[in-house]
Design a protein around this ligand. Structure first.
Ligand code: SF4
Length: 457
């Protein structure tokens, strides 16, 4: 990328709505009428892979207040709902674990939100205890939690470590006070620094900082200060996400409409600046938007081609089935996607009535599985080995994707793809437009669905 010229014209040309491909097919394709029997069949199939490990996710939807950029499923200031919600998570675990039995080995567990550290220590202990009652964590399991550096306390971090959490992520987003004020998320660099230092002392690994580019009022000088301050804290990982301004889907984002936001070239310039400074500081670029120190597991997994991507982001653990618990949580079970009810009350009511709280889902066809494999390879490794594809699926790559040939040639002429032997490789220029390139393999995109997604730059 360092020698690659990325012009404003190119950025404008490719800055279109497009999926981030945390799943394929993407969520808008999942069916609202996905029935309970289909869920049971999926769990039944998953249950038979006795030796395969599991990946678990818990959604903790609670937050004290709403950040203006938020695109998550949250319940605000709902202390009185916490007890009921944890009881429902326990009930959902009790309902789900027998459907997977005797399969119980866990190699990845992630608490996201919302703000998982909205829970006090006794609620955390109670919830983690419920997970440990039903599942067996492997000694090397990756057990991760998201936190807000402005509100997480020292005793919460100690409690999490004591429970067995070994990964932690700090949602920093931007340290510029003007940007923070605009997005309603005030915090200081010293809060994050102290959190990182304590977590390091406590033995957390893979300590991560999340940043967002493309926010209102972001400018090069302030952003550079943010990046340099974060680099000085030396987290093991940094994730730099593109802000998705979608006020039609998230009406509270409309409060940001009156503020100047970087346009596509400015937005890309912010990303490029962060990327270059992180590379200069010794971080390796991982996939689309992650960076890791070379000694971190993500960096090592990248070098040996073992990187995976799922709803929780890039990971080194390979667990074929992911089970999500809680409101809006997503599961990927035996080539089937499921999403729980988003509304906390509706989710709790379903669980209290002894029903699986599933709102929508999709059974993947063979074609979906094939295209998902290709898209994941592109997103993780920036390449597809046609030989490997053919061994796995028993069909010639070029014949299977004959309808994509024209589009692939087009990207080749643009200098974004190259064919090396039997590998389709994304060039440094193409890596900037990886979401656009993956769209070539998406069989569902049409003019209606395209407009639902955030812009690719
Ligand atoms: S803390 Fe995260 S989930 Fe909660 S409102 Fe802010 S962005 Fe949304």
């Amino acid at each position: 990328m360092e020698d690659t010229i990325i012009t404003a014209a190119l950025l404008e040309k490719y800055d279109r709505p497009g999926p981030r491909y945390t799943s394929y097919p993407t969520v808008p394709e999942w069916r609202d009428d996905f029935d309970a029997n289909a869920c049971l069949t999926a769990f039944d199939k998953a249950r038979r892979h006795e030796d395969a490990p599991l990946s678990l996710y818990a959604h903790i939807p609670f937050c004290r207040s709403r950040c203006a950029y938020c695109g998550c499923n949250v319940a605000l200031n709902a202390e009185e709902s916490v007890d009921r919600y944890i009881a429902c998570l326990e009930a959902e675990l009790a309902m789900t674990a027998p459907m997977l039995a005797p399969r119980r080995r866990v190699t990845q567990c992630h608490w996201g939100g919302g703000t998982p550290t909205f829970l006090n220590e006794s609620a955390m202990r109670r919830l983690f205890g419920a997970f440990a009652d039903y599942f067996a964590f492997e000694p090397h399991a990756e057990i991760a939690v998201e936190t807000n550096p402005a509100s997480v306390t020292e005793s919460q971090m100690r409690c999490l470590r004591d429970l067995g959490f070994n990964r932690i992520s700090f949602g920093v987003q931007d340290l510029d006070p003007a940007v923070q004020q605009a997005i309603c998320r005030n915090q200081t660099a010293s809060q994050t620094r102290a959190g990182i230092e304590l977590c390091r002392e406590l033995g957390f690994r893979g300590i991560n900082v999340d940043l967002i580019y493309g926010l209102p009022l972001q400018q090069e000088t302030g952003w550079r200060r943010t990046i340099d301050a974060v680099i000085a804290m030396r987290p093991d990982r940094v994730a730099i996400y593109s802000y998705a301004h979608l006020p039609a889907r998230f009406p509270h984002q409309a409060s940001l409409d009156g503020l100047p936001r970087p346009d596509a070239p400015q937005k890309y310039a912010l990303f490029a600046l962060a990327r270059q400074r992180l590379l200069d500081a010794g971080y390796a670029a991982i996939g689309m938007d992650h960076f890791a120190l070379p000694e971190d597991e993500l960096g090592r997994a990248l070098s040996r081609g073992a990187l995976n991507r799922n709803f929780m982001g890039y990971t080194v653990q390979h667990a074929p089935d992911q089970i999500g618990f809680g409101a809006s949580a997503i599961s990927e079970v035996a080539d089937c996607y499921l999403q729980n009810l988003k509304d906390v009350d509706a989710y709790c009511s379903a669980v209290e009535q002894g029903r699986l709280p599933v709102e929508k889902g999709m059974q993947l066809s063979r074609d979906d599985v094939i295209r998902r494999w290709v898209i994941r390879k592109l997103m993780c490794a920036f390449m597809v080995d046609k030989e490997l594809f053919e061994q796995r699926f028993g069909v010639p790559f070029d014949r299977y994707f004959s309808e994509a040939r024209q589009a692939l040639r087009y990207y080749e002429r643009e200098g974004m793809i190259s064919e090396e032997g039997r590998c389709l490789k994304i060039t440094p220029l193409g890596s900037v437009f990886i979401r656009n390139i993956c769209m070539v393999f998406d069989a569902y995109l049409n003019d209606r669905t395209k407009e639902i997604f955030s812009r690719t730059i």
